[in-house]
Ligand binder design. Sequence first.
Ligand code: XMP
Length: 506
Amino acid sequence: QILILDFGSQFTQLIARRVRELNVYCEIHPFNKIPAITSEIKGIILSGSPCSVREEDAPIVDWQGFPSEIPVLGICYGAQMMAQTGGGEVLPSSIREYGRTILNKIDNRYALFKEVADHTQVWMSHSDTIASAPTGADIIASTETVRVAAFKLHDQPRYGIQFHPEVTHTLQGKTILKNFVVDICECSQNWTPDSFAEASIKELKEKLGDDKVIMGLSGGVDSSVAATLIHHAIGKNLYCIFVDNGLLRKNEFEEVLESYKGLGLNVIGVDAKEQFYTALQGLTDPEAKRKAIGKTFIDVFDAEAHKVEGAAWLGQGTIYPDVIESVSVKGPSVTIKSHHNVGGLPDFMKLQVVEPLRLLFKDGVREVGKSLDIPQNILGRHPFPGPGLAIRILGDITAEKVQILQEVDAIFINALKDSGLYDKVWQAGAILLPVQSVGVMGDERTYEKVVALRAVTSVDGMTADWAHLPYEFLADVSNEIINRVKGVNRVVYDISSKPPATIEWE
Ligand code: XMP
């Protein structure tokens, strides 16, 4: 495997995903918590960082202390750190080196640049520059303004590059990473979705034996794939619980339940709508709504779980980004919303946790799902928040408002699917606003509700752009909503990106 040491760059996970795309297993660890360097580790990548190596408390690792046969690749800050601590020099750059630039004077005699064309486009993002390479290093590529764009130590497989090979703007980035991982580190490319699924099912069989596992399903990709893996390992000893909280999309509960049954899962569907509506009664504050939903979910889940006698494990769909310990090199990050995952493990449920997807990124989860023949209507679903429509109805929640929003949402989502736009947006939905506006229908004055449509493009939900849906499409959807959904007389489209807005309105 490849070990990636994280210095806090926003691109660290992207490096890991690129390595995984080469079917090579890798792990991310914080620079200050390096695991034992065993013979399993075939190479080490040092990530970028928002820090400058010239700062006093700059994060540093003793890369020269790694066993000399293990190849090292420093990317951006990683390369600067190698230079600064290896006898070279890093200075503030006189011009900010940011964006696309052309790499030239590439020395193809070096394995890192095998099959990389001279004058290839790379992407830079740094305000420091390597003025001189570490002692005993050759400069193996430059750009017009950056003399040391890449270096390699004599007689040692240790490389530094100032650009980012992991981003798509570096056109031959994949080739460079492949050269490092496959040719230089000699990793075999056998970490495939099939091999992951097979190994994971075998491991789960050994771990779980004849034990019973309970698991909450949400209809989302992660919990569905995790449950299917466990199901392949232990069959009927997996008890899945799928709760209708009354805040799902139109017909979603029934449809998803059917899909689960089609997968052979042993699913218990629980209609807890009234319990959730009661808990939400009169609540208008978004965080209060989230807490009420979280608490009710735990109550409902716990009551159901107790019906499964002798359960020993709780299955969860946790994925790698939730597991990676984040490095905070620039102060703690603030909580914007008390988010994510209403479930969690309540203290009073003394179960061991089994998380078969802990090592996977979202794209990996989908790949494994495909290899398990999970249908596309589950794997291709947009993300949907745990608190569901409750955070898309601004203000208090009533069954009537939920029904109106479900109708609006269904028209929007079906239209996206019918026009082939569903897979082009990352997430979409409708928001019921707490405002009424005047309209005219026939000869009548109306005074009815306003809904907002929201569709975004994104990679991971951390940042997002509003989707530039065609005007004609929006016109048709708006017409259909106003004509068919009683109580709505105005439709608006949200054209805010994240940041500064968020994807959800609450
Ligand atoms: P925001 O609104 O923060 O949303 O831009 C980013 C992603 O997170 C989802 N989201 C939630 N998911 N519980 C969840 O499970 C929540 O409370 C929650 N709030 C937002 C949102 O749908 C988007 O995919």
